[in-house]
Design a protein around this ligand. Structure first.
Ligand SMILES: C[S@@+](CC[C@H](N)C(=O)[O-])C[C@H]1O[C@@H](n2cnc3c(N)ncnc32)[C@H](O)[C@@H]1O
Length: 270
């Protein structure tokens, strides 16, 4: 069926500043490992490099990137959400780093000349974009010869237990999850088509919860929960049903462990 213009124009998932921050905070509190340690090792930035961070969110990657590239390097960080960028600007100010934050929809071309960047990074965002082939060709245009692209996103196995519990409670098929569905398939295939020396690394990070409220803090900030409820009533009912399930689980096993599984793709323009 042909999509109407309004359907085609709808974003795949609209991130809110509050839920993105809640998710980042929950990872910080409950995860065993820090994902940035893994990202920074793979992307291997050098002082003086120019990097474009697409879908930068609240600056989780852009701020450490700037600390590494230093004053001789440049970090340009873009996002479609003004409220999220405002929080990123505050965080960069607190961290005392200078980053150019730009409001931009990555479905559209960027204003920079061919080969302007040494590195392009897009963490947990590329799969929200519509025409991935067009976007990946645009990323390639922006990179210098020998430049590299780093992408991060969930694997199809990501947070399997969370998805199983959610399905058990809602008794419905899962909502469409662009990351799980597109990242290790459509995105990876296109990177293999347009880039060279493509490598994929897998990061497994258990989130461990010892009480139901901590678990709910995380669960209610996920796309899985947010895309499954349409009003306050549904939100409260699903929260309550999950609380009962998790209380039972913790009573029996002492804790609940959700394993986040992320893929990292690094590739070169040659
Ligand atoms: C899950 S967050 C990831 C943010 C950050 N990279 C991180 O890992 O914390 C996804 C981000 O992509 C942004 N985004 C979604 N669609 C976008 C688009 N069309 N253009 C630019 N950014 C977009 C959202 O606003 C959100 O900040």
């Amino acid at each position: 069926m042909k999509q109407s213009n309004s359907e085609a124009d709808k974003p795949l998932f609209k991130e809110k500043r509050t839920t993105l921050s809640a998710r980042i905070d929950a990872h910080k509190k409950f995860s065993k490992l820090e994902i940035n340690d893994w990202i920074l090792k793979i992307i291997n930035l050098k002082p003086g490099e120019k990097i474009l961070d697409v879908g930068c969110g609240t600056g989780k990657q852009a701020i450490p990137y700037k600390k590494i590239v230093g004053n001789s390097g440049i970090v340009i960080a873009t996002d479609i959400s003004e409220e999220i960028l405002n929080e990123a600007k505050e965080k960069a100010k607190t961290a005392n780093v200078s980053i150019q934050f730009i409001l931009h929809d990555a479905n559209n071309p960027f204003e920079y000349s061919d080969g302007y960047f040494d590195v392009i990074s897009c963490c947990f965002a590329i799969y929200y974009l519509k025409n991935l082939e067009k976007v990946i060709k645009e990323f390639k245009r922006l990179l210098r010869l020998g430049g590299r692209i780093f992408l991060a996103g969930p694997t199809p196995q990501n947070a399997q237990l969370l998805h199983d519990l959610h399905k058990k409670i809602t008794k419905k098929t899962l909502p469409y999850m662009p990351g799980k569905s597109r990242f290790m398939s459509e995105v990876l295939t296109l990177i293999q088509k347009y880039f060279q020396d493509v490598k994929v690394e897998i990061f497994k990070n258990p989130l461990v919860f010892h009480d139901a409220n901590s678990f709910l803090e995380y669960y209610t900030s996920t796309g899985l929960f947010l895309n499954s409820v349409e009003n306050d009533n549904e939100r409260e009912n699903l929260k309550e049903a999950m609380k009962i399930e998790i209380q039972k689980w913790i009573h029996e096993k002492g804790k609940i462990e959700i394993v986040k599984e992320v893929g990292g793709i690094i590739a070169y323009k040659k």
